[in-house]
Design a protein around this ligand. Sequence first.
Ligand SMILES: Nc1nc2c(ncn2[C@@H]2O[C@H](COP(=O)(O)OP(=O)(O)OP(=O)(O)O)[C@@H](O)[C@H]2O)c(=O)[nH]1
Ligand SMILES: [Mg+2]
Length: 381
Amino acid sequence: MPDTPQKPPGAPPTEDMRALVRSHGLGAWEQSELAIREALSQHLTVAFLGSASSGKDSAIRTLFGVDFGDISPIPGSTVRMRVAPLDPEGQVLLVNAPGFGDIRPEVDDLGRRALDTLDIVVYVVNAEGGATIDEKRDLDLVRTRGRPVLVCINKIDLIRPHEREEFVAATLRQLGVDPKDAAVCAFDPLPQLSEEPIGVADVIGWIHHHLHASGKELLFAKHLRNKAAACEPIIKVAARHASVAGAVPIPGADLAGVTALQVKLIRDIAEVFDVPVDRDVALFIIGEVLSGSMRGFVRWGVSALKAAGWIPGGQIAEAAILGLSAMVAGGTTFGVGRAAVHFFQSDRKLDGDALRAVFDAAAWDYKRRRDDRDPTGNGQT
Ligand SMILES: Nc1nc2c(ncn2[C@@H]2O[C@H](COP(=O)(O)OP(=O)(O)OP(=O)(O)O)[C@@H](O)[C@H]2O)c(=O)[nH]1
Ligand SMILES: [Mg+2]
């Protein structure tokens, strides 16, 4: 028996909460080990194609933080189609070429293998001047390979803000591209027009989404320059999975399923930051944020669930409770992810209070966005 049986559910002492997380998180730690090792043993090839000066090198520099010209190309590269590894083992290859048009006959062995194993194509179009017939023809050829192709309308900073929407729509129509497979970008904007690159998060999100099926998204995220941006889609996916896990990750409820997802999420994030993480660190983060159950998001979750008729440990069958538990599970997982990002960004110097503050802000943010999408509040989106 726990030594505090009289405590109302939803408000166990902080120490109990930490112990609870610990007991659920230990097994999850072992399970996630294998999954991560497998994800990181994959191979990934991303091609950046597009006509002269469209911004291929700028895209590579902004996304991966490397100067493509400084990486030694692998044998099989040609003057026009260069293939270079992002890591010493050559697990992640980048292809940098104008297009596929007349290239195939020129490349041999490894270069051809790079083309054959392509995972993702990023086709960069220069917004200045709009799309050309040649680009349309080349893009059509690229698409015949059956790989996911993202079209980036780059240098959007050079188009006047009020003309952008119409310009983008017209360009995509000309190219025959579905807007969901396009991103509006400025990989290297003129400083006077935009201080930051534009559209990078969209590009990362799209690629992450399309690599998810093959399990290569962690390898991709690990090589990105902007670590927080790299983690964002990972956090969103984990929150979505948690929200459908049908478990309530709060004191007095069934932590197990959601804790396992959160432990894995923290490990993934640590991998992206390339920092060692051990079990205790992961459980520390989860334990600290959830032990803030006397206030904030977790407190809201407990009260809302109880008001809807939820009994801790009971079956979740009613739609209202199901919707709320999905919100709580998704929100806490989203919050745990953001807290972990800040934790690793701060070089592991965040204490419990700081972690809880980040957690809470993110969890409310998640709830607000869900509420906007689902004004009925019953989670049936
Ligand atoms: N204004 C603006 N200029 C950009 C942007 N992206 C790239 N450029 C500029 O466009 C020029 C060409 O960019 P690169 O990244 O070298 O293009 P590329 O496709 O690799 O060019 P090639 O290898 O010569 O075909 C450079 O001067 C960049 O600074 C952008 O988003 N906005
Ligand atoms: Mg170039």
